[in-house]
Design a protein around this ligand. Sequence first.
Ligand code: 4AD
Ligand code: MG
Length: 432
Amino acid sequence: MASKFYIDNLAKHVGQTVTLQGWLYNLRSSGKIKFLLLRDGTGVCQGVMVKSVVGEEMFAKADQLTQESAFAMTGTVRAEQRAPGGFEMDVTNIEIISVAKEYPITPKEHGVEFLADRRHLWLRSSRQHAIMRVRHEIIRSIREFFAGRGFTLLDAPIFTPAACEGTSTLFETDYFDLGKAYLTQSGQLYGEAGAMALGKVYVFGPTFRAEKSKTRRHLTEFWMVEPEVAFNDLNDNMDLAEDFLEHIVSNVLKNRMPELKTLERNIQKLEAVKRPFPRITYDQAVEILQKNGVAFEWGNDLGATDETIISEQFDRPVFVHRYPSEVKAFYMKRDPQNPKVALAVDVLASEGYGEIIGGSQREDDYDVLLQRLKDHDLPQEAFDWYLDLRRFGSVPHSGFGLGIERTVSWICGLEHVRETIPFPRMIYRITP
Ligand code: 4AD
Ligand code: MG
């Protein structure tokens, strides 16, 4: 098979004649010379076509190329400091693959709903490329992090028999003769079974919440990565989350600087994301809010604006631990020192981005857990297998879940999570 050439690899082919395949990003023309911007997914390369070199016919052929037409461009690669990507091509030939109809997305400004309706095309723009590549880097770093520490990937089911994160955000579906099934809100409970089997595991997959909230942080379908570790207490859990976040951010800085530049991200703010992160209790968080004039009552959950105020006090992510148990999930262990609070921890991202991680030490006592299920009106039969984990060799254990889209939004410095996932699903959007 003849090898193919890609724009991100042109440095190796300076002086050679190669063929690039891609789409027309832009075409500028004067009487004697045409500048063809070809994008191939790996970058953009400017082709310089001179009439006196290619002849009348070839020169005229290029005029058929509309924005996003597919074509192949052949020529000699030349280093050019001023060109985007650093290389240009002296074009000797083009082959048209398909001529595009009038392309709806033009260099002018479009409204976000207009673009969202055309998400399948919007993904072709340089800003979206940058976001998708940062997302890719984050996911790659996550897998690398866990692989390097001896974790085993444990895939959890998506159809589940019961709620894990509260009954108000469940997507329900009929499941043959077995009644109702629900789309998973979190793979955690299965991760716990995995931790008791394999010690250190992580679950990584799509999760679903029928969130009624129309905010810049909420999707109905999002990706979550959830490590779960046997014998880890709450502090161990925070240590793990801290290493994990530092690893992700430093990899993005190391490998995706051009993308961060495209996004005009403030790099210094990301460089500050270094261990140790501050660790404050919920009580201290409440004090911060009250000092900032928020009439916040102990016992409430932190809302988005509360999180923003707290995270703005620090230059790096902050742990908030020991929330009132009443506002947290049934599986969280209560603090033996103070049963009014749970051994829960959230990470609030810097720059006001709010919660990106939620986690806890898990209740490991059979009787207490059974009581929690009853308190939360959860069906005991559906959780009987989960109770087995406390019947047979129960140990202290902890874990957390990181939301991929909120993390991408924070690292890229975006306004809204809708740009962080290829095809966002929100309360008011299920297309394209
Ligand atoms: O805090 P949450 O609900 O925690 C859990 O689901 C635990 N079972 C995780 C665990 O301990 N294994 O969700 C975890 C993270 C949040 O911090 C947030 O980043 C993200 O998932 N998240 C959402 N992201 C986008 N849209 C939504 N509707 C989200 N809900 C949660
Ligand atoms: Mg949470």
